[in-house]
Design a binder for this molecule. Structure first.
Ligand SMILES: Cc1cc2nc3c(=O)[nH]c(=O)nc-3n(C[C@H](O)[C@H](O)[C@H](O)COP(=O)(O)OP(=O)(O)OC[C@H]3O[C@@H](n4cnc5c(N)ncnc54)[C@H](O)[C@@H]3O)c2cc1C
Length: 411
């Protein structure tokens, strides 16, 4: 049995703790906040994310708490016209082995937290701010802001996009500011007009902006997130903004989308950030996981799913004694880097789908409408239908051809 110290008690860190504990290791989770909790509203989970939760013993738990979606629905946000829809019913579930669901973030986090609390092999410590790490070949130590130290056989940095572990390990500075501001609110479903209460994830695409919404909390609330490509240069998080301001920003959207947005009365805004993919996020007995390793824009709804996949692959590979840990962490990195890099870059490029203007938007609509449902399933199969999470990819950097240059070239 090894002792694995995990920095960060978000979705990724807790999933990692469960995964290594299932391999017989002792996990110590260090969280900077005063308590283990998740803020924010809804989160979409594609079948690959549910499959990862299943591997952690939480498949039924998540399916019970989640709202199963019927469709990914693409609307022209200006004309209000239905453009295309990817059905998520029987043929999708059969093909990918699990449903596409939405869940309240707190519900997902609580599911993971309760499983951690129920495990004798997992220790949870709140109020522990990591500032870096050191290692000597036999052990690795997390250094804390209060002067404390936690030593183990391995350290996993699951401390999010501004990871202190990454700062030391990769050293690539602050995240990239995307120039896009997202405004979020939740609305009680009883206030939503009957004809707009869709059991779908719906996008209303407009010029340099779009609105996405879906039901959460068992269908009692509608989660709204509206993006505006406004060239923002400063990374803001959770800044309150008035409904009038939001309506002003999204004046290009048509009446149906705006009817929904008018219902929001507690809007907050974030300027989105991400990072370029990197090949290496492992250093001896220290590695990264989730947003610390491969933070991405939320436009393909895969950040948490990829953190859950990381946790499963890492746990599987840590089926070893302490001496072998450095090689296994390298294998984990090699197994996960191409898949996560591809999704990071896809999330950036997806803006080209949501935000075209004028004739380009017409061409986009015609293209999307030309796909048959099964063809839309083909498009997402590599992402939603994957069940080995890269484990069959090269498992070592030894003798592996360099990664495709376009995947790792800074954008
Ligand atoms: C608007 C938006 C919508 C999204 N929608 C989806 C979606 O639909 N589906 C999906 O799969 N993903 C989605 N994501 C992405 C998803 O939220 C993230 O990928 C996921 O939460 C990352 O989890 P994590 O545990 O890696 O990092 P985090 O959630 O950032 O957790 C990191 C944890 O580490 C702690 N921490 C940080 N620094 C330190 C330190 N120095 N010492 C100790 N602890 C520390 C933090 O307090 C936090 O608890 C979305 C993201 C955004 C912004």
């Amino acid at each position: 049995m090894s002792k694995i110290v995990i920095v960060g008690g978000g979705i990724g860190g807790l999933a990692a703790a469960l995964s290594v504990a299932r391999r017989g290791h002792h996990a110590v989770v260090l969280e900077q906040a005063d308590r283990f909790a998740e803020i924010g509203a809804g989160i979409q989970l594609a079948p690959n994310g549910i499959h990862a939760l299943e591997r952690l013993g939480l498949g039924d738990g998540i399916r019970d708490r989640a709202v199963h979606m019927d469709e990914l629905r693409f609307m022209d946000g200006v004309t209000g016209r239905y453009v295309a829809g990817m059905p998520l019913g029987e043929s999708y579930v059969q093909r990918f082995g699990n449903p596409y669901v939405v869940v309240h973030r707190a519900d997902l986090h609580t599911l993971l937290l309760d499983a951690c609390l129920a495990s004798d092999a997992i220790e949870l410590h709140s109020g522990k701010v990591a500032t870096g790490y050191e290692q000597d070949g036999r052990q690795a130590t997390v250094l804390l802001a209060d002067g404390g130290r936690f030593t183990g056989d391995a350290v996993i940095g699951a401390d999010g996009i501004r990871s202190a572990v990454r700062r030391r390990l990769v050293g690539d500075g602050d995240p990239r500011i995307s120039g896009i501001t997202v405004y979020r609110a939740i609305v009680p479903m009883e206030r939503v007009p009957e004809e707009l209460r869709w059991n779908s994830v719906a996008w209303w695409a407009g010029p340099k902006c779009h609105l996405v919404h879906y039901p959460i909390a068992g269908g009692t609330y509608l989660n709204l997130a509206a993006s505006h490509d406004n060239g923002a240069r400063e990374a803001l998080a959770g800044v309150p903004v008035t409904g009038e301001r939001v309506m002003d920003v999204f004046s290009a959207l048509g009446e149906d989308a705006r009817r929904l947005m008018r219902l929001g009365d507690d809007w907050r805004s974030w300027v989105l950030v991400d990072r370029d993919p990197v090949e290496y996020w492992t250093d001896g007995r220290v590695t990264l996981l989730g947003d610390a390793a491969h933070p991405m824009l939320h436009y393909v709804a895969q950040g948490a799913c990829q953190g859950l996949e990381d946790a499963v692959v890492l746990g599987d590979l840590l089926d070893c004694g302490p001496d072998e840990i450095p090689q296994r962490l390298e294998k984990y990195n090699a197994a996960r880097r191409d898949r996560t890099a591809r999704i990071q870059l896809l999330a950036r490029r997806s803006i080209e789908l949501w935000h075209p203007v004028g004739e380009a938007a017409e061409r986009r609509n015609a293209l999307l409408a030309s796909y048959a449902p099964s063809e839309l399933h083909d498009v997402v199969a590599w992402m939603h239908g994957n069940t080995d999470f890269g484990a069959s990819a090269p498992t070592s950097f030894e003798g592996v051809a360099r990664p495709r240059p376009e995947v790792f070239r800074p954008q």
